[in-house]
Design a protein around this ligand. Structure first.
Ligand code: GSH
Length: 241
């Protein structure tokens, strides 16, 4: 069997696995019971596509959590999506796009673009940069985040409007997740990992962001996020063994 090494960001903001995409991939590997090693990369620019996670497998680097998912599905002869109807898969893909291509960006803004929270980003993400050039490196990355958020479209809205978009996303998730069990069965699957990995970071990042505070108002989503992490034994935050 191919050896698997998952490369992720180091812990930050009180989170053991700070990236929702890295946490999702970790949950998936664990749920498939595949042996893998885990290594940390501080500087995502050194990743094949400049983002984390990537999976190193027999010399090949698979970059992007969704491409990792597809690779693992093929490697396990379809275990990732086993038992899902086309309708369930469609629902799962739609939720993934909501969480990873919309709500995620609001999460990024709540950390990077909030002046009160920004020092946490500098300390946690740029602590490895020599102190002399740290403000410059962090400031230029922040400028890029601001431009990306603007290009995405959300960055054109007032903070109050952004909070409104976040609330509608969170309400949709609150209404989509079940009160007991998981999205599509008795065991958690890839789409549960997608939602729970994203929400875990928002609930547990320290100190709380304005998005953490909004997310706390959705109890079913919070309980569901805990249930998925507990079922798989992989948490975004640090937990005692
Ligand atoms: N679509 C990618 C997204 C990965 C992603 O955005 N990773 C973030 C960490 S949460 C990253 O490495 N960002 C570094 C950067 O954009 O410079 C996936 O699913 O893996």
């Amino acid at each position: 069997m191919a050896t698997l090494e998952l490369v992720t960001l180091p812990p930050a903001f009180g989170l053991r696995n700070v990236s929702p995409f890295c946490l999702k991939a970790e949950m998936l590997l664990k749920s498939l019971d595949l042996p893998f090693s885990h290594s940390l990369l501080k500087d995502p620019r050194k990743a094949p596509k400049g983002k984390l996670p990537y999976l190193l497998t027999d010399g090949e680097k698979i970059a992007d959590s969704e491409l990792i998912t597809e690779y693992l599905d093929e490697m396990t002869q379809g275990r990732v999506y086993a038992g899902l109807t086309p309708e369930q898969k469609a629902h799962g893909v739609a939720l993934t796009r909501l969480v990873e291509d919309h709500l995620y960006w609001i999460g990024v803004a709540s950390r990077w673009l909030d002046d009160a929270w920004w020092p946490q980003v500098v300390e946690n993400f740029f602590g490895f940069v020599p102190a002399l050039i740290r403000p410059l490196a962090a400031g230029s990355a922040r400028k890029q985040v601001r431009q990306t958020y603007h290009l995405q479209g959300l960055g054109r809205h007032t903070l109050e409007e952004q909070r409104g978009f976040a609330k509608r996303d969170l309400q949709a998730l609150e209404d989509a997740v079940p009160q007991t069990g998981f999205l599509f069965g008795d065991l958690p699957g890839i789409f549960d990992f997608t939602v729970a990995a994203m929400m875990a970071g928002f609930y547990d990042n320290q100190p709380p962001t304005w998005l953490t505070e909004l997310a706390m108002a959705y109890p079913r989503l919070r309980e569901y996020t805990e249930r998925v992490q507990e079922a798989i034994g992989v948490y975004g935050r640090h937990v005692d063994a």
